[in-house]
Ligand binder design. Sequence first.
Ligand code: ZN
Ligand code: ZN
Length: 330
Amino acid sequence: MATMRAMVLEKPGTLLVMRERPLPVPAAGEILLAVAACGVCRTDLHVVDGELPHPKLPLVPGHEIVGCVTALGEGVSGFELGERVGVPWLGGTCGVCSFCRSGRENLCDHPVFTGYTRDGGFATHTVADARFCFPLGEAGDDAELSPWLCAGLIGWRSYRMAGEGEALGLYGFGAAAHILAQVAKWQGRRIYAFTRTGDEAAQDFARSLGAVWAGGSEEEPAELLDAAIIFAPVGSLVPAALKAVKKGGRVICGGIHMSDIPSFPYALLWEERCIQSVANLTRQDAREFLDIAPQAEIKAEVTRYPLTRANEALSDLRDGRLQGAAVLIP
Ligand SMILES: [Zn+2]
Ligand SMILES: [Zn+2]
């Protein structure tokens, strides 16, 4: 019998364990992929650490999957055997709720999430709903494309929510920010990168990608910002970012989980500043980003780990020892 290997979460708060399983057969509408690379996202960390409720268990995490189609379920059209595709966080929607029917499938009442409520890509193989997969073409390296699937797509949605202003702050210069900095530079906007206080390596990294300024999250940049996007899961950054934006400025929270936001004076929100979270992605976000990324010549900086070292990749991400994105290679 053909088998696959996967790094499996059996209980939140514990390490992933390697398991061998029978190779799944794709159901109607699904495709089976041989995983070529799977990025490690901060959301994986929140799932593994038990900060997100009710994951499927046991679970194969991972939702930045680049793979090659090896079997097609009944009724799948638009994909061919051998084709390279990407699988993102949004693994399925109901298609009938009020959100799905109004172009807001990211807020679907009955969603499926890759690597959270269905198995993901920390594995040699995975099965995905073909309607939520994207062709990736042949250009580009598998590992370097994988962070596009979440850091890129949800980063892009956050970037759009931030509006058109020229001065944009990014709090937490990880996988998503390092991609958006390249998009912003390509569009001629000014990026201000805020990192953990004293993290000079991250600040140098941000400047190397075109940030006009990089400093600690408590520092004040030389100009007030049009908008800020917070990727670090740190609630105290919300009032810090409100202080850094000008009248009418937008503060976008791009992560799925954040520590509590401390109370702050209304004056920080006054003058039409606003705070908004970004949840998940729509397939339209994905189409837009996958169209723009090659034009902007986005290049993700990746650190590769063999699949068996997934726990090490997660702890390097947790402790901020990484620049850019961690990627697992089966
Ligand atoms: Zn729905
Ligand atoms: Zn993610």
